[in-house]
Write a protein that binds this ligand. Structure first.
Ligand code: FAD
Ligand code: UQ1
Length: 412
């Protein structure tokens, strides 16, 4: 059985960055990445793919091209983690030993927890920007829309990019206007949350947007069933669980319930009660296994799960893991930085940036709660190259130094 100084499980945003930095530091033969997928997707682009602003092909690169040459790619799914024995098992039955482990498994999409899904995706009008399988169906639904309800949902679990379920709605609203069918559409946002967005500054701005654009918001409504035959969606009122609301739809955009991936959830010693990797929220080191670190969506770090957060975490995790490898203890601390570019149409965006305590932590010395064209271009044109060339090579650790410079040293 094989053995490495560092094993990285998951070759997404956090896994690629980690493998790039550490394989270059430790040299060939010392770092392995376990990742089953052929393609690596830049998921934040799917918001634009669903709205017809980018092509699905633009969002993916072969995994072989984004994983670092100096790391060994084990093209397998991890099925069991065994932290007491410093090893992981893959689907083909192999055991892989490590001295240090970085867990970067992301989130699992649980479409099957909604009755009638994923079958309803086989029918017209139902799409989801959260999966490469269904994102093009969002655009198709917009094109074929005639008249009726356009429903957009947010589930009753933590999700990645908590703004994405409404970005697609604002883009859809503008699409309908551009194509002369806005007056035929009744746009409804059904969210499990009691708020439109978790951070008050941006929530206030978003309430203005929904009012201006005549969008109905149903708070605390959770999608539980889709009936493709009658084209109806069933929601549970989370405030009074016996109460169901059934709405007919012409278009339905589903954000699925999410969880940590099963092999992680099932590894009790590694996870908290909710099934997420149990790390110290500041150092990103595991709370009981000092040779295990975590990064990204699969951890219990109490911040909004985004690639921007992964970038911020990476700088901290990289330094702390290096210290641990040298026999020391972690001393660098993550502040919870995260960012959600709330695209509100074909040329506007509110750039939400905040920390673990819910305080805005903005890069630019302007009011970022305002819809702006510049922030739209940052999202659409600047972020993809920053991701492919900066982040995946372990060279982008978030905008902290940019923020300090922009605020003349007076920001956190
Ligand atoms: P991922 O990048 O998801 O990587 C996880 C990897 O683990 C995957 O490659 C997967 O194949 C692999 N894996 C899973 N199970 C196993 C297993 N058993 N064994 C081995 N490997 C496994 N973020 C932003 O910052 N800004 C945005 O505007 C934004 N918009 C978004 C819009 C959409 C529609 C979506 C879906 C996401 C968006 N995000 C955005 C969120 C961002 O994509 C994620 O937060 C980020 O990719 C998380 O990185 P990660 O490394 O934790 O997980
Ligand atoms: C970011 O760092 C990042 O990760 C690479 C994103 O994901 C694609 C983002 O959407 C944003 C906004 C950031 C933050 C970057 C700047 C320059 C504010």
């Amino acid at each position: 059985c094989k053995s490495y100084k560092l094993v990285v499980v998951g070759g997404g945003a956090g896994g690629c960055a980690t493998a790039a930095k550490f394989s270059s530091k430790l040299g060939k033969g010392n770092v392995a990445v376990i990742e089953p997928a052929d393609m690596h997707y830049y998921q934040p682009m799917w918001t634009l793919v669903g709205g017809g602003m980018k092509k699905l092909e633009d969002s993916g690169r072969p995994m072989s091209k984004v994983l670092p040459k100096k790391a060994e790619w084990i093209k397998q799914r991890v099925v069991t983690l065994d932290p007491h024995n410093n090893k992981v098992m893959t689907e083909d039955g192999s055991e892989i030993n490590y001295e240090f482990l970085v867990v970067a498994l992301g989130l699992q999409l649980n479409y099957n927890q909604i009755k009638g899904l994923p079958e309803a995706f086989e029918t017209p009008g139902v799409g989801s920007n959260y999966s490469y399988l269904y994102v093009n169906k969002t655009l198709e639904a917009l094109k074929n829309f005639k008249q009726g309800n356009a429903l957009f949902t947010l589930p009753n679990t933590p999700i990645k990019c908590a703004g994405a379920p409404q970005k697609v709605m604002y883009i859809s609203e503008q699409y309908f206007r551009k194509h002369g069918k806005r007056d035929k559409a009744n746009i409804i946002y059904c969210t499990s949350l009691p708020v439109i967005f978790g951070i008050k500054k941006y929530a206030d701005a978003l309430w203005k947007v929904v009012k201006e654009r005549d969008i109905t918001v149903n708070l605390r409504h959770n999608l539980i069933e889709v009936k493709p035959d009658t084209r109806e969606a069933v929601f549970q009122n989370l405030e009074s669980p016996d109460e169901l609301l059934t709405l007919p739809y012409e278009m339905l955009h589903v954000t699925p319930p999410m969880s940590a991936p099963d092999p992680l959830r099932q590894c009790a010693p590694l996870v908290n009660e909710a099934g997420y990797l149990n790390v110290n929220k500041n150092t990103l080191q595991h709370v009981t296994f000092p040779n295990v670190f975590g990064i990204g969506d699969c951890t219990n770090v109490p911040t909004s799960k985004t690639a921007a957060a992964v970038a911020g975490q990476f700088g901290v995790m990289r330094r702390n893991l290096s210290l641990a490898m040298a026999g020391g203890s972690p001393k660098h601390e993550y502040d919870g930085y995260t960012s959600c570019p709330l695209v509100t149409g074909y040329s506007s965006c509110i750039l939400a940036e905040f920390d673990m305590d819910g305080n805005p932590l903005e890069t630019f010395p302007i009011n970022q709660a305002k819809e702006r064209r510049t922030m739209f271009h940052l999202k659409k044109d600047m972020m993809p190259p920053m991701y492919w060339y900066g982040m995946l090579n372990g060279l982008w650790e978030g905008p902290k130094y940019m923020r300090k410079m922009m605020h003349l040293g007076m920001s956190k």
